[in-house]
Design a protein. Structure first.
Length: 559
């Protein structure tokens, strides 16, 4: 029979209807069954088991059932390699003993058209899958997880589940040890294992690299966590295989059912997991309190720079007092943050700034503000006392500058406002970390060379107190409040205090007791030979205006 262009065109149209490719293919081939004496057809895709599908799986592309006895001849068979890995096999059965040469020519044209149309359909499906599936494991990716969460939100089922994210421990090391290809195979094996430990209604997603997320029914969470705590897999091939144990860091976000944003849910899982990983904990549950604290920390990081420019950070002053005369012998400058009309506790925002590398910006701001105030007080003829300014360990051992460079910044700032170096004391906290110790020594030595004195805060709470006194150019030590302010103050505390005070006296160091709140503590400290103190018995940290008034009033009489 001759080629019929219109018939060929109809065949192509049938394949492009796009409703059901398997059914469309059947219709397309059946339209030629009479003309070409086709008794049956079988077209299947054999996918390479080493690529994306399980071994032995066949994907039907066209099936026209062959009735018993309907074909007695030799089938027409053709194979084509496919882009996924593997091949597509066409097996067309004739009604007679074999197809005529002209029929085979037409069949070959139809098969090629079908193969090309099928490749296009599979490519489109793969492109759609790429949007929602991880290409390595074929588990839902971030977009796919978001769609599943959306469905759970709409169904009102979310409160039945815990959202969980896991990060595989040291998987990068495992991958480097066995090679990237074997690392990918291990991830696929691990993903296959995860599918065995979830139940209907739950899901697992692969959001990249070695991170997986889950929705697990709350009553099953503990059992699920036991099953992923350690997973044993075989790595390598042939005789050269080794058993590897894969652990994980786990973040759990218990759902309340009030969640409406899939991205926020995934972010909450990620936050809990990152806390677990950073703190080297196996499992972290994202409680309401922890979630609020994390939100606060993000607020601090995001709003700090603008708050500094907008004058939200204030400098308060807490007097240092001679307990014998009541005279103000110095002060400590302290940062306070008035945010949205309320003071934020420094114990909350300062650790966040230190972790995020932003504390130096604040500490330099405090120093500059203090220099401005001291310069102004001198111009106005007011009395001045030495002011301590804190610089954190993260400032000194931070990135982007050396300790010597930071010391120079401080010296330049003091000189910029023509402030005497006698009126600025730099306060640091002792440390046991060897790198920080070396940085601190370089920092302190550079300041001493410029005539600036060093005070060591929280003295006695670290592991290197004696070496600090031996190795560092220290002017003043501040005894930590923990030695005084606890209910079980006993002979040991008294002995330690006495030893510190005696040692400071012998080394001709100035010593200040922090956290003095009662007259009884004053009597104790004076009896031990400590004369200077700082604490609420005398004053809490004061705003600039109140501190100015305090300086004008002079001594703390009767305290």
């Amino acid at each position: 029979m001759n080629f019929d262009i219109e018939r060929i065109s109809e065949f192509t149209d049938d394949l492009y209807r796009g409703e059901d490719y398997l059914e469309d293919s059947k219709v397309a081939f059946l339209s030629w069954a009479e003309d070409l004496s086709i008794a049956g057809a079988r077209v299947v895709l054999h996918v390479d088991p080493n690529e994306v599908k399980p071994e032995g799986e066949e994907i039907p592309l066209c099936l026209i059932p062959l009735k018993e006895g309907e074909s007695k001849g030799k089938p027409f068979v053709r194979k084509f390699h496919v882009m996924e890995g593997g091949y597509a096999q066409y097996t067309i059965y004739p009604r007679d003993e074999e197809f005529a040469p002209e029929e085979e020519k037409i069949l070959l044209v139809l098969i090629h058209i079908h193969f090309l149309c099928g490749a296009r359909v599979r490519l489109l499906l793969q492109m759609q899958e790429m949007l929602v599936l991880n290409p390595l494991t074929h588990l839902p990716n971030t977009e796919g997880c978001g769609q599943i969460l959306d469905e759970k939100i709409l169904s009102g089922e979310l409160s039945d589940y815990d959202g969980i994210q896991i990060n595989l421990k040291s998987f990068g090391m495992i991958s480097r040890r066995f090679g990237a290809a074997e690392g990918d195979r291990l991830i696929k094996k691990y993903a296959s294992y995860l599918l065995t430990v979830i139940e209907p209604g739950e899901f697992v997603g692969h959001i990249g690299s070695d991170n997986f997320v889950f929705l697990i029914r709350k009553e099953r969470t503990k059992d699920f966590l036991r099953k992923v705590e350690e997973v044993h897999l075989e790595a390598g091939r042939g005789e050269d295989t080794q058993r590897v144990t894969i652990g994980c860091y786990v973040g759990v976000h218990p759902m309340s059912g009030e969640e409406t944003d899939p991205d926020a849910i995934l972010n909450a899982m990620s936050v809990a997991m990152n806390i677990a990983r950073n703190q080297k904990q196996s499992v972290v549950y994202l409680t309401k309190e922890l979630s609020e604290e994390i939100s606060f920390q993000r607020m601090v990081e995001m709003e700090f720079s603008d708050a500094l420019l907008n004058g939200e950070f204030l400098v308060y002053f807490q007097p240092k007092v001679d307990m014998v005369t009541g005279e103000i012998v110095g002060t400590e400058a302290l940062a306070r943050w008035r945010h949205e009309g309320e003071l934020v506790s420094p114990g909350r925002f300062i650790p966040v700034l230190e972790r995020s590398g932003k504390s130096l910006e604040l500490d330099l701001y405090v120093l500059e503000t203090v220099c401005k105030y001291i310069s102004k007080w001198a111009e106005e003829g007011h009395a001045n006392v030495p002011a301590s300014v804190n610089f954190s360990r993260s400032d000194i051992s931070g990135f982007g500058h050396s300790p010597k460079e930071l010391a120079k910044q401080i010296v330049d700032m003091i000189h910029k406002y023509n402030v005497s170096t006698d009126l600025i004391i730099v306060e640091v906290t002792e440390t046991a970390d060897i790198v920080q110790v070396n940085d601190l020594l370089e920092f302190a030595t550079s300041l001493k060379d410029a005539g600036i004195r060093i005070s060591v805060d929280d003295f006695g709470t670290g592991y290197s107190s004696l070496s600090v006194l031996r190795d560092f150019p220290v002017y003043e030590i501040k005894v930590d409040r923990s030695f005084l302010n606890h209910e079980d103050f006993d002979f040991k505390d008294r002995s330690i205090l006495e030893s510190i005070i005696r040692l400071a006296s012998q080394l001709e160091l100035k010593i200040i007791a922090e956290g003095v709140e009662t007259r009884r503590q004053v009597d104790l400290l004076l009896g031990l030979g400590c004369r200077n103190a700082q604490g609420f018995l005398y004053d809490k940290p004061l705003p600039k205006e109140e501190f100015e008034e305090r300086l004008l009033r002079g001594n703390y009489e009767g305290v």
